[in-house]
Design a binder for this molecule. Structure first.
Ligand code: TA6
Length: 323
């Protein structure tokens, strides 16, 4: 891996981020936090491929068979699904933002919140003539990736309709986050109990989830509708809980391909389904419509909390209902 670094430090007290060459020479940005946590974002796809805690442990799943060769999307990390989630439309699966080259946004408009966090990078994706041939809309997509002082990872998307023909546009969206887990059969998801969902394995038919935490023993591909803004993924073996906080993204997709689909994916190892779970903050059921000049904001904040379920350190209800 070659490394020619460039530091980006616009604001005085901002922590410099490093731009360097990653796999296959693709450019990536490395964010580091004083206490040791870090994150990596590839300009290809505006794709977060690594998020490590202050012990240097990787929290996201990236397949050992991931292909870092555009235009093939990278298998793992946090692909961005825009302007279409999955096959909910006529565009390619999950839209095209994840297989486009983004740029560093050196002059972003003022950020909506004045968070004190200093470690972040702004990326931008603008519609091209090529894009307009498949999706006839002019847009600007600004993505801020932020690493918080306690190692939390925030992704904030701002999408603006720049059409000059007065036309609105409509899109669906997801942060297709691949979490790294110790053993999928030992993982529970809290916060989606009793909610309605569309089952992608049954022609998107609508069902209602049972009352307990979600556990995994086979392939799952469900879109939970109008979920709480907080969802927890409990990994007993690792004594770790991921907490997802989301804003502007009413739905949540839960996906694990299990064994058969795993074998069918060239860029995914046959047994890797045991060590990953996708829980995706999304806007799918009610597509978002923007008039020219309007801007939409969708944000997710990921935290990894060391926990021991039995010691009561982490009562899921307290996490989901607490601050
Ligand atoms: O988010 C779940 C899903 O839509 C599944 O249906 C599955 O196709 C997965 O995404 C992966 O999609 P990809 O296009 O990355 O292979």
């Amino acid at each position: 891996m070659m490394s020619s670094t460039t530091a980006v430090t616009a604001a005085i007290d901002r922590v410099p981020v490093e731009i360097c060459k990653g796999i296959n020479g693709l450019e990536k940005v490395v964010l580091r936090e004083a206490r040791g946590s870090s994150a990596e974002v590839y300009l290809f796809g505006g794709h977060v491929t690594s998020w490590k805690n202050d012990h240097g442990e990787e929290l996201l799943f990236i397949s050992n068979k991931a292909i870092f060769k555009p235009p093939k999307p990278i298998r793992g990390g946090i692909p961005i699904c825009f302007p279409q989630f999955s096959n909910h439309g006529s565009l390619e699966q999950h839209g095209f933002a994840r297989n486009r080259f983004w740029s560093i946004d050196t002059n972003p408009p003022p950020f909506p919140t004045n968070s004190p966090t200093k470690t972040f990078v702004d990326l931008i994706l603008k519609s091209t003539e090529e894009d307009m041939k498949i999706w006839p809309h002019s847009f600007e997509f600004r993505l801020r990736v932020t690493l918080g002082p306690s190692g939390d990872l925030m992704l904030t998307s701002r999408i603006r309709n720049n059409n000059t023909d007065g036309k609105p546009f409509t899109f669906t969206f997801a942060y297709h986050t691949y979490f790294s887990v110790s053993d999928i059969s030992e993982v529970r998801v809290e916060g989606l109990e009793t909610l309605d969902y569309l089952d992608n394995l049954q022609n998107k038919q609508r069902f209602t989830e049972q009352g307990d935490a979600i556990t995994f023993e086979s392939e799952v591909d469900k879109i939970y509708l109008s979920t709480p803004t907080k969802i927890a993924i409990l990994d007993h073996e690792k004594k770790r809980t991921f907490v997802i906080r989301k804003d502007g993204l009413p739905d949540a997709v839960v996906w694990n391909p299990w064994d058969k689909k795993a074998k069918a994916m060239a860029d995914f190892g046959d047994d890797e389904y045991k060590h990953m779970l996708c829980v995706e903050a999304a806007a799918v059921e009610k597509p978002i419509t923007l008039k020219p000049g309007e801007e939409w904001r969708g944000r997710q904040e990921l935290s990894a909390v060391p926990s021991s379920y039995c010691s009561g350190q982490l009562d899921p209800q307290r996490v989901l209902l607490g601050s």
